[in-house]
Design a protein around this ligand. Structure first.
Ligand SMILES: Cc1cc2nc3c(=O)[nH]c(=O)nc-3n(C[C@H](O)[C@H](O)[C@H](O)COP(=O)(O)OP(=O)(O)OC[C@H]3O[C@@H](n4cnc5c(N)ncnc54)[C@H](O)[C@@H]3O)c2cc1C
Length: 269
């Protein structure tokens, strides 16, 4: 009787999952020990997130930053399985997908990434757009096209978060919208890119000033509505009319990972 190979199941085909799969498949296994590697992702493509912004300015097209797993893995022995993970049974060593597929495993790699939490303030879930996936880009594109083809003289954008994502988005949108752009970054601390080296902070500040992006420091968002955002600065709340709100703050671990009966830190990792 031939023995079944050990199965390593990798959940999530982002940077963590895809590279784990590729490295494991390149490992010089003894023939008798070579494992079966299964990579699971809800999408049929990998997404190179650092270049997501360039889609907004047409510098890149989706196919350039979102290659299909089938193509990426075609010369490897990694088996790709498309499906959204719905449950992980640690005791039975089994993963269930939403399409009812069940995958038994010997070893499991959790690489499901994180999600942008939109439940911080009232209205964010309904009116703010996160920026983390192709679906988010398409949603934003649709809104931008509506605004660009309207007879409005200005397009008012509020970007919540003065981290890398907020700064890059602000610059790309300013380049795209040109003279119509009225963009503001809302940052709760006293500076943007708080955890970055001084050089990066200066370069980012200059890039934003050149493009006339306003920076609201020490300001928090208290609510988002369909056509305005409520900002709190030193205890005073101001209502600012906006056409678009983009939310770049926070990252939370996938609920599937959170619900596992395993030791976790405060962030659910
Ligand atoms: C816009 C943007 C720009 C960034 N730019 C940079 C940068 O310039 N430099 C840098 O170092 N970092 C950057 N980052 C951060 C970097 O992308 C992340 O640190 C990295 O992607 C984390 O890798 P990961 O494998 O943990 O998760 P991800 O790359 O997010 O991969 C998670 C994968 O899991 C899949 N998945 C999630 N849930 C399920 C489910 N239930 N079922 C099946 N599949 C699922 C997703 O489809 C995804 O493919 C950026 C992030 C964003 C959002």
């Amino acid at each position: 009787m031939t023995q079944q190979p050990t199965r390593i199941c990798i959940l999530g085909g982002g940077f963590g999952g895809l590279y784990t799969a590729l490295r494991l498949s390149q490992f010089p296994w003894e023939k008798s020990q070579e494992p079966e590697i299964v990579l699971v992702d809800q999408n049929d493509h990998f997404l190179f997130l650092p270049l997501l912004y360039e889609l907004l300015t047409d510098e890149l097209q989706p196919w350039e930053i979102a290659p299909a797993f089938e193509d990426l893995l075609k010369d490897t022995k990694v088996r790709f399985c498309q499906g959204a993970v719905s449950q992980i049974e640690i005791e039975n060593k089994q993963v269930k997908l939403q399409n009812n597929t069940e995958i038994d495993y010997d070893y499991l790699v959790l690489a499901l990434g994180s999600e942008t939490p939109l439940d911080f303030v009232p209205g964010a879930e309904d009116y703010a757009i996160p920026f983390r996936s192709l679906a988010d880009v398409y949603r934003l594109e649709e809104q931008l096209r509506l605004l660009e083809t309207s007879d409005q003289d200005t397009i008012r954008v509020a970007i919540v978060g003065g981290g890398y994502s907020g700064v890059e988005l602000a610059c790309k949108l300013a380049d795209r919208l040109g003279e119509k752009a009225r963009i503001r970054i809302i940052e709760q601390s006293e500076e943007i890119l708080k955890t970055s080296p001084e050089f990066n902070r200066e370069a980012a500040t200059n890039a934003l000033l050149e493009r006339e992006v306003w920076i609201d420091l020490e300001t928090t968002v208290s609510a988002v509505k369909s056509d305005k955002i409520l900002l709190e600065y030193r205890g005073v709340i101001n209502e600012i009319p906006v056409d678009l709100v983009l939310w770049t703050v926070g990252a939370q671990v996938s609920p599937i990972v959170r619900s596992l009966p395993l030791k976790q830190n405060k962030r659910g990792q």
